[in-house]
Design a protein around this ligand. Structure first.
Ligand SMILES: [Zn+2]
Length: 171
């Protein structure tokens, strides 16, 4: 069965992101206020530019690390990964055609959200707190795809392809 990363997956991921945003709203607000307070202390004028720049940099670095973790876990599980760029955003793509076991594929999908959350949570600084929340919100596509994969039998194999992934059923 071939799954394309189509609009349905994007819509589910967007709704899940919105739910996560509501759940973490208070935490998001508290940490954003801390960021704005730091910007107000900055000798460089233009608070708006300051915090827009900080936010964009945070999201960019976070997305890069997120993608590298996907790639690293794929490689550790025997896959082959290429790094591509969409505009300035980096992404990793599995190109080995390897038949991953179901749990391996879920591990590749969820590794960034699990590893980054576990590593950054104890730091409890506004920067790391914002990265954790942005990263969870940015991982909803991975979470939705994991749920789709987990719906299939545990002996299923999964192959990444250009547009999504393919599930191979095994008895
Ligand atoms: Zn991801």
């Amino acid at each position: 069965m071939i799954y394309k990363v189509n609009y349905k997956i994007h819509v589910c991921a967007f709704i899940l992101s919105a739910i996560i945003c509501v759940i973490f709203f208070q935490c998001l607000l508290t940490n954003l206020y801390e960021m704005i307070a730091i910007c107000e202390l900055s000798p460089i004028k233009g608070i708006l530019i300051n915090y827009t720049l900080i936010s964009l940099t945070l999201v960019y670095v976070m997305a890069l690390i997120h993608e590298l973790i996907h790639g690293l876990v794929s490689i550790l599980l025997g896959g082959k990964v290429v790094i591509g760029f969409k505009w300035v955003y980096a992404y990793t793509k599995e190109v080995s055609n390897k038949h991953f076991k179901r749990f391996e594929y879920v591990l590749i999908l969820l590794a960034p959200v699990i590893i980054m959350t576990i590593l950054l949570l104890p730091v409890n600084h506004w920067i790391t707190n914002l990265v954790i929340i942005f990263n969870i919100m940015g991982s909803t596509g991975d979470i939705v795809m994991s749920l789709i994969v987990l719906k299939h039998g545990k002996n299923s194999n999964i192959i990444s392809n250009n547009e999504g992934f393919e599930i191979i059923y095994n008895k």
